[in-house]
Write a protein that binds this ligand. Structure first.
Ligand code: ADP
Ligand code: MG
Length: 613
């Protein structure tokens, strides 16, 4: 009997391993570009011949390699990026497995030229089939140039598997864009068959986005920018009118690494709910920064899928951040001081409000001051300027003659500030249409409010505000209501009690699946306690499960929905006034908790257009 097991020779082992890392020219492009980024380059050039089938070359001005490293880098598991297992959990570089160059050298003819700034001469290495053919010193600029010729020349089966040139080139451009988008501070060029296809100067992210996706987006980008203790999210979404019928312009990056995530895409799309025309896709370039210990980047070999320890949290965060950004944008027409010159020039208007508003505009990112820790969608109450301004700008134009400044409330007086009582002089002319719409006029806009959706928004934020308070006022019920439940529902209600208590529902378990409602929120009228709780349970069980929102938010939504005044209800003048005032004191007045618009406006210009003036 002879033994039959033998170790594979290095070149074959590498070829097999290469199958995972280098599937097509575009995968090699990705690896080489990422290495250049990791090397700290500020200029990266990519040259392609024949869709990468005959040549892929990347030249960078990064830190280069020593002679020994130049030789070592082609060994499998040769990397400078991790040294011990702990490093895996705090990866900051694009690569770290030390497989790319070994794989590339196994399936192509590779020439490496590299030089560190501290060295007089660089190193030239030719390698083919994992075997070094030639090595010698060379003179060159600082940095690294790697060219790989005749990809898969030694693996004909793979070579035949490649798609047409246009298709392979498309993949290359995709990879190029993903890296270039993530590093706006690096200059990138791409030449294909000696023609320059991309020249991307280093600049801001906004510049990079328009360089890549087209200048038509320039005026159609809405900045996204939110932080909390765990994540940092920034980037741009396209305004709804910039949405396209194809899904193309959508980019997510986690710690600067491009990822595909249907889940996070859903969060973004949900944020756009009802703002987009049917069958169209919003543009977005969103960067999420998260502590590397919170994610697992090693899930998928090509590393385009990332696992978060707490997916729901990041979903909610993305959703809130983008809604917030969009809310800023869609409220913008009434806050757009530059457009409204004929208004701002009015003497009575320009002082004192406009000066303040101008200052605010000049102080940069309006939305940044709206951010509160842990609550992307909350206006920061400690910033005294925002709400008063919203109020000011929604004051009917005629009243601008005597601008009334709200006294600034102390920062801790959240509740009162949030829902200012209707002030007698803050009168909005209003009219109810079809027992559903409130029509009013603000500045020179006609505003049409959907009473039910608006009220849902108001109540939702009231519940949120209540929950955020350390102590909540409740109203004792004179004749406590008893609720008998099935044991399933009893367990469910038991689990909701802490959340309910936080907003003022005092409910006690009384044994045998019986509960007693002792108190309800003091500041919100609850119609029928028993019915309310039963409806809530029903909605928690059967409500929209597609949306991944927290139980707390679900409760708030559900209560807001059932308690809101319904469409078709005739309203008194006073009630309409209340809705208008309350709505425009909300953090996100323009969309209902479930994402429908709460109101729509017709500007004076629009009206005049309608009359062909
Ligand atoms: P990884 O990027 O996972 O470490 P690679 O096979 O892509 O593995 O690269 C191996 C090593 O070669 C890197 O860790 C790095 O030290 C070095 N290297 C590769 N490309 C470059 C480059 N363009 N400039 C400087 N060093 C490089
Ligand atoms: Mg690498």
């Amino acid at each position: 009997m002879t033994d039959i097991i033998q170790l594979l020779p290095d070149n074959i082992a590498n070829q097999i391993a290469a199958g995972e890392v280098i599937q097509r020219p575009a995968s090699a492009v990705k690896e080489l570009l990422e290495n250049a980024v990791d090397a700290g380059a500020t200029e990266i050039q990519l040259f392609i011949q024949d869709a990468g089938k005959s040549l892929i070359q990347v030249i960078d001005n990064g830190k280069g390699m020593s002679e020994t490293d130049a030789r070592m880098c082609f060994e499998r598991h040769a990397t400078s990026k991790i040294k011990k297992i702990d490093d895996l959990f705090s990866i900051k570089t694009m690569g770290f497995r030390g497989e790319a160059l070994a794989s590339i050298a196994a399936v192509a003819q590779v020439i490496l030229k590299t030089k560190r700034a501290t060295d007089e001469l660089g190193t030239y290495i030719e390698i083919e089939n994992s075997v070094v053919q030639k090595q010698e010193p060379c003179s060159m600029k600082d940095g690294t140039s790697i060219s790989m010729k005749n990809l898969f020349f030694s693996v004909p089966a793979r070579r035949n598997f490649l798609k047409s040139n246009p298709s392979e080139l498309r993949h290359i451009v995709d990879e190029f864009i993903r890296v270039a988008m993530a590093y706006a501070n690096i200059q990138f060029t791409l030449s294909s068959n000696s023609t320059q296809v991309f020249y991307l100067e280093a600049g801001s992210l906004k510049q990079r986005v328009t360089q890549i996706l087209g200048t038509s987006y320039a005026s159609k980008l809405v900045a996204v920018n939110e932080q909390n203790d765990y994540f940092n999210i920034y980037g741009f979404v396209g305004k709804p009118e910039a949405a396209k019928k194809t899904r193309g312009d959508q980019y997510f990056f986690v710690n600067n690494r491009f990822i595909k995530s249907a889940y996070l895409n859903h969060a973004v799309t949900t944020a756009f709910h009802q703002l987009l025309p049917k069958d169209s896709f919003p543009m977005y370039t969103i960067f999420i920064e998260v502590d590397p210990t919170q994610i697992d980047i090693n899930v998928h070999p090509t590393k385009q899928e990332i696992k978060f320890d707490d997916e729901k949290v990041i979903y909610a965060f993305v959703l809130a951040a983008i809604r917030h950004a969009l809310a800023q944008f869609s409220i913008a027409p009434s806050l757009d001081f530059t457009l409204d010159t004929n208004i701002t020039q009015l003497d009575a208007v320009s002082k004192p409000i406009t000066e303040k508003a101008m200052q605010q505009r000049d102080s940069g990112n309006l939305y940044q001051t709206f951010t509160q820790k842990h609550q992307a969608h909350n206006i920061d109450r400690t910033d005294k300027s925002n709400l008063t301004n919203w109020q000011d700008f929604l004051t009917p134009a005629t009243e601008k003659l005597v601008p009334t400044q709200e006294p600034l409330l102390p920062a801790n007086n959240q509740q009162e500030h949030k829902f200012p009582p209707v002030k007698e002089q803050q009168y909005y002319p209003c009219l109810q249409v079809a027992n559903t719409y409130i029509v009013t006029s603000m500045q020179y806009d006609v505003v049409i409010i959907h009473q039910q959706l608006a009220h849902e928004r108001i109540l939702f934020e009231k519940f949120q505000a209540l929950a955020a308070q350390p102590q909540v006022a409740f109203q004792q019920i004179l004749f406590p209501a008893t609720i008998d439940l099935s044991s399933g529902d009893a367990v469910l209600l038991q689990s909701l009690l802490p959340d309910l208590q936080k907003i003022g529902f005092m409910i006690e378990a009384f044994g045998n699946n019986t509960f007693i409602v002792q108190g309800v929120p003091a500041s919100i009228t609850i119609s029928n306690e028993k019915h309310t709780i039963e409806l809530l349970l029903e909605q928690m069980k059967h409500g929209n499960t597609e949306m991944k929102i927290s139980a707390t938010e679900k409760i708030h939504r559900s209560l807001a929905r059932q308690q809101a005044v319904k469409a078709g209800t005739s309203l008194q003048h006073k009630e309409m006034q209340q809705i208008i005032t309350d709505l425009f004191s909300c953090n996100m007045p323009n969309i209902s908790p479930t994402g429908s618009p709460t109101y729509t406006t017709f500007s004076e210009n629009k009206l005049s257009e309608l009359f062909s003036r």
